[in-house]
Ligand binder design. Structure first.
Ligand SMILES: Nc1nc2c(ncn2[C@@H]2O[C@H](COP(=O)(O)OP(=O)(O)O[C@H]3O[C@H](CO)[C@@H](O)[C@H](O)[C@@H]3O)[C@@H](O)[C@H]2O)c(=O)[nH]1
Ligand SMILES: [Mg+2]
Length: 251
């Protein structure tokens, strides 16, 4: 594997600034709307970009919906990485990175909880600061969460407070997944990250801080999905606890 996450000898498409990697599992109703809104938001910025969907053989036929988008908008804009079964978020990002051509990589959810309207802020923050990572935060002024019940709000806030305290993290939203990375920085972090599921977000940002990477934050409002259901299950809580313990012992 090359140092930037591409397989050795793989071709590159020159001139792509941003690869937007979107993991999908049962997101058939969401992928089309996401792509339309993304295109509208990015048109005004005049940046070059591509969208890489990483689908884990979703039973609802998400991959077919992405193929239709590919046929409509072209394979240079819409990429599909199709995996045989559900393998978790962390490895989905790694698979997306191998397909990505951009100098920067943006990770976002498919269900519009990560609204593309925030993308200009991510891009301008990176340009202004030359940051290695720009991470969306729900827990700074201007950020927030809409549509979650109290239990989910408390779990998310509690997990963040606990992990920040134990790990000495400076980032205000450790579990948020809406982020922009310099491509080689994400490739390097992915090589060393052990968590496969949702705990991935915390592990990556804490490792980046310990590496001395420059991290900026932009406030985002996370709006719960309209279509489909969250894939967050009990197993993810166990993995989060395991990931936290592993980092505590190691760092
Ligand atoms: N390919 C693939 N995609 C997956 C998998 N699990 C989830 N996804 C995709 O990952 C995205 C996030 O999944 P959701 O199920 O919508 O997550 P959530 O409960 O809304 O949680 C979000 O917020 C958390 C912070 O509170 C984040 O930690 C989490 O990563 C996510 O952004 C969606 O696009 C979903 O289809 C998987 O195993 N494989
Ligand atoms: Mg979601």
């Amino acid at each position: 594997m090359a140092g930037d996450g591409r397989p050795e000898g793989a071709g590159t498409r020159k001139g792509v600034e941003y690869s937007i990697i979107v993991p999908t599992y049962n997101e058939r109703e969401n992928v089309g709307a996401l792509l339309w809104i993304l295109r509208a938001e990015l048109a005004a910025l005049a940046v070059s970009y591509e969208v890489v969907f990483v689908d884990d053989n979703s039973p609802d036929g998400t991959a077919d919906a992405v193929r239709e988008l590919q046929a409509a908008f072209g394979p240079e804009l819409v990429h599909l990485v199709s995996r045989p079964g559900k393998q978790g978020l962390g490895s989905a990002y790694a698979a997306g990175l191998r397909e990505a051509n951009g100098e920067f990589v943006i990770l976002m959810d498919a269900d519009l909880s990560h609204h593309p309207k925030h993308l200009p802020a991510f891009i301008s923050s990176q340009r202004a600061s030359n940051a290695d990572i720009v991470t969306g935060t729900r827990y700074r002024l201007g950020g927030g969460v809409a549509g979650w019940n109290l239990a989910r709000k408390l779990t998310s806030r509690g997990a963040n407070i606990l992990a920040s305290f134990l790990l000495g993290a400076r980032t205000s939203d450790l579990t948020g997944a809406y982020r922009l990375y310099r491509r080689d920085v994400l490739a390097d972090l992915l090589c060393r990250t052990r968590s496969r599921g949702y705990a991935f977000q915390m592990e990556v940002i804490v490792r980046a801080q310990y590496d001395g990477r420059r991290i900026e934050e932009v406030p985002i409002v996370f709006v719960d999905r309209l279509y489909g259901t969250s894939k967050l299950g009990v197993g993810e809580y166990v993995q989060f606890a395991r990931g936290l313990l592993g980092l505590l012992l190691e760092l």
